[in-house]
Design a binder for this molecule. Structure first.
Ligand SMILES: [Cu+2]
Length: 109
């Protein structure tokens, strides 16, 4: 297992010299500025994420990441674990339930 981790780390180092991938992620369940900062902080904490900028009005997150370190499905899963949907990945139900009322889809906006 240690060898595997080491190998992955070395691959990651090589990937650092490469290009970053940039893509837009649909964040349709985002409701307010609190959601925006929760998602931004959660995603920026991931290894391999270079930049992440959320547009609350358009409900889109623009992400730049190093494909050797993280991939889009891992990023979508991380957003799901925060309680929000990402592209076609639905929000984790338990995480969604734990969100403040204003961040839920039925919130009083
Ligand atoms: Cu919110």
């Amino acid at each position: 297992m240690k060898h595997l981790i080491l190998t992955v780390s070395i691959l990651g180092l090589f990937a650092c010299g490469g290009d970053t991938t940039s893509v837009d992620i649909q964040l349709t369940s985002m409701q307010c500025g609190m959601c925006e900062s929760t998602i931004e902080e959660g995603v920026k904490a991931l290894d391999g994420v270079v930049a992440f900028d959320v547009d609350l009005d358009k409900k889109v997150g623009h992400i730049e990441y190093k494909a050797g370190l993280v991939d889009l499905s891992a990023i979508e899963k991380a957003i799901s674990a925060l309680g929000y949907s990402a592209n076609n990945t639905q929000a984790n139900a338990a995480a969604y339930e734990a969100l403040p009322g204003c961040c839920k889809l039925s919130g009083g906006h």
